[in-house]
Design a protein around this ligand. Structure first.
Ligand code: PLP
Length: 404
């Protein structure tokens, strides 16, 4: 029988977070091994459950959620997002500028499909949340990675961004707070990126899904709040702050000079009607999530679980000889570096596989985030302090004798 092949469209698409290392973890689990999974930012299974109030709203509204809704989303949900824009000082956002999707993921793919022609370029951070790179490739575009500088708290390198802008560049993706580095960008840096966007007529894609998961009293500014003359598309959702990743609910907000983007907006409207609408029951959670008490605030202050787990894992990692890690200011990840003089890693997927097989700890290799060197890996600090210290001790034991 002839081989049945996948579409050519997928040839350049890569999404390693759920790649071969995860397959091996599944195989080991089937063999009966217990794996410490530090690979995915999925809060609920680690005891970070969604607020009861939003769960109850979904249950209560389930009978009324049987039909399709407006393809852009329920009015009440979009109204709540609109009010959130007012709180975040994002100007001139009306109900029609908001699209609800099955998670931010669906909207990222939709936005790239709606914008890019073959070989159009999109500036994406390195390291990135790899869905951005995959979605650009799937849409026929070319992801062009700009460097975030580990020596400068993982901030984007403005000169590098500038040097990579070409006549084909359509937009720039800014993930703030960042996955995987945990960086939070100051307003002055956001202004500099906006200035480049202004100069070169780029659309800003602001992925702000971690905007309320901030440590040490940090505050978040939406990029869209800093410029009403740059087209900004802002992404956020229920998966992280509200710990309801399984509800698959996110939103996309268009702001700035929308009159110049009528054709693109028509494209987005067509794509959102083609999938009829997003999952309706979970849209009932959005109003309460955004409008109600923000329970995430209890978790990110001293004494709160996320805060304490971040501190413990960060300190323990930095105590391992030859390992260094920038302290995250936001989100739920650590992206440590292995000193190449001490641990020269040629293949970081092999590193993650060896760690998994020898110590039963699952992390994601840095190259999975389109980072150009092989000296990094990402771990999530969602597990309890006990599990995290067990995991980091195992990593330390593994490194003691590791050679590649
Ligand atoms: N953007 C970033 C930066 C993320 O880290 C994630 C999930 O990890 C997503 C988007 C996808 O979120 P959703 O669950 O809303 O699809």
């Amino acid at each position: 029988m002839s081989v049945i092949r996948k579409s050519n469209k997928l040839i350049n698409v890569c999404y390693d977070i759920r790649g071969p290392v995860l397959q091996e973890a599944k195989r080991l689990e089937e063999e009966g091994h217990r794996i410490l999974k530090l690979n995915i930012g999925n809060p609920a299974p680690w005891g970070f459950e969604a607020p009861e109030e939003i769960v109850q709203d979904v249950i209560l509204n389930l009978p009324a959620s049987q039909g399709y809704c407006d393809s852009k989303g329920l009015f009440s949900a979009r109204k709540a997002v609109m009010q959130e824009c007012q709180r975040k000082n994002i100007p001139n956002v009306g109900i029609e500028d908001i699209y609800i999707g099955n998670g931010v993921s669906e909207l990222i793919v939709m936005a790239m499909q709606g914008l890019l022609n073959d070989n159009d370029e999109m500036l994406i951070p390195a390291p990135d949340y790899p869905l951005w790179t995959a979605a650009v490739s799937l849409a026929g575009g070319n992801p062009v990675h700009y460097v975030c500088d580990e020596q400068q708290d993982w901030f984007p390198d403005i000169d590098d961004i500038r040097s990579k802008i070409t006549p084909k560049t359509r937009g720039i993706v800014v993930i703030n707070p960042n996955n995987p580095t945990g960086a939070l960008y100051p307003e002055s840096l956001l202004e500099e990126i906006l200035e480049l966007a202004r100069e070169h007529k780029l659309i800003v894609f602001a992925d702000e899904i971690y905007d309320k998961i901030l440590y040490d009293g940090a505050e978040h500014t939406s990029m869209a709040a800093l410029a009403d003359d740059v087209l900004c598309i802002t992404f956020n959702g229920l998966s992280k702050t509200y710990r309801a990743a399984g509800f698959r609910s996110g939103w996309m907000i268009i702001s700035g000079p929308k009159h110049k983007a009528r054709d693109l907006i028509e494209g987005f409207e067509m794509l959102s009607s083609m999938r009829l609408c997003a999952n309706v029951p979970s849209q009932h959670a959005i109003q309460t999530a955004l409008g109600g008490y923000q329970s995430i605030n209890e978790l990110i202050v001293p004494g709160g679980r996320l805060y304490e787990q971040r501190t413990l894992a960060w300190e323990m990692l930095n105590d391992i000889p030859g390992v260094s890690c920038v302290k995250p200011k936001g989100a739920m990840y650590l992206f440590p570096k292995l000193d190449p003089a001490r641990y020269p890693i040629r293949n970081d997927e092999k590193f993650a596989l060896d760690l998994l097989q020898q110590q039963k700890v699952l992390v994601v290799q840095g190259s999975g985030f389109n980072y150009p060197d092989t000296q990094h890996f990402r771990l999530v600090f969602l597990p309890s302090k006990e599990l995290l210290s067990d995991a980091v001790e195992r990593i330390a034991n593994f490194l003691r004798t590791y050679e590649q």
